[in-house]
Design a protein around this ligand. Structure first.
Ligand code: FPP
Length: 250
């Protein structure tokens, strides 16, 4: 595979500084549980409302010209939640796909996955892969859903593959640079990450797109994920447009 430009070069290619629209936006959707607790509801109700927010945000992203929207739906650490909650999240994902697939397709949305979704069991895996296949021809917006994803593991796997190539004599250690490693990541087919949004007031990356966020603008909102909507997305896009991206320069 031909390596893509190094992160910094890639970012400079599409810029976004001073008023541009971000091509690639990622969201850490946080606060479903607190949203439910505030209403005296079970956590699953928060996740259900979170799925509605995904629907609204996706429409808003299409409308606002975002090319790639990457959502952190299930981290590799989320397996530590109760069996019941994991099962609720899996069920919700399957239900969402069943209900929204035709609409996603009509809207020109291409669904892609990052992470190891195979861990979710044959039924959901089949549903996910069918949705990916059905929408593969779409090019209005790419929706990347991160499932059983962890960024450190993604980077370690990439390093392992490169090490195997070195061991096989196919690659020199000196050939390994940012571009070569970036080309091994699951996000290699999409433009550089421009904007990362985290909801619910937390200010952490939580093992999400660590490499890809190197030059991204970060925005944090106190809005809990289920309350996120077009106005909230617009606010983040406006904040992005108002920032000067320097990529380490002046
Ligand atoms: C974080 O809130 C949210 C999640 C771990 C799951 C995100 C899942 C969805 C929005 C539903 C389905 C997704 C798709 C793509 C249809 P939290 O539970 O950590 O909230 P808390 O910090 O308030 O407890």
């Amino acid at each position: 595979m031909t390596p893509k430009p190094a992160a910094t070069e890639g970012a400079l290619l599409h810029g976004g500084a001073g008023g541009g629209a971000p091509r690639h936006v990622a969201i850490i959707m946080d606060g479903n549980g607190r949203w439910a607790a505030k209403r005296g509801l079970p956590r699953v109700a928060g996740h259900r409302a979170g799925a509605e927010a995904v629907r609204k945000t996706l429409k808003a992203a299409v409308k606002n010209g975002v090319e790639v929207l990457t959502l952190y739906a299930f981290s590799s650490e989320n397996w530590r939640r109760s069996e019941e909650e994991v099962s609720d999240l899996k069920g919700l994902l399957g239900y969402y796909l069943e209900r929204e697939l035709d609409e996603l397709d009509r809207e020109g949305v291409r669904l892609c996955l990052i992470g190891d979704h195979k861990a979710f069991g044959p039924q959901l895996v089949e549903r996910l892969e069918r949705a990916v296949e059905k929408t593969a021809h779409n090019d209005r917006l790419t929706l990347v859903v991160a499932l059983n994803y962890g960024s450190r593991n993604e980077i370690a796997s990439a390093a392992r593959r490169l090490a195997a190539q070195v061991a096989a004599g196919e690659l020199e250690p000196s050939d390994i640079d940012e571009a070569r490693l970036g080309a091994e990541l699951m996000t290699r087919d999409w433009p550089e990450l421009d904007l990362l949004i985290r909801t619910s007031g937390e200010k952490r990356l939580s093992n999400f797109l660590l490499w890809q966020a190197a030059y991204a603008e970060l925005t944090f909102t106190d809005t809990l994920w289920p309350d996120f909507d077009e106005a909230a997305l617009r606010a983040a896009l406006d904040e992005y447009a108002g920032r000067q991206r320097r990529f380490g320069g002046r």
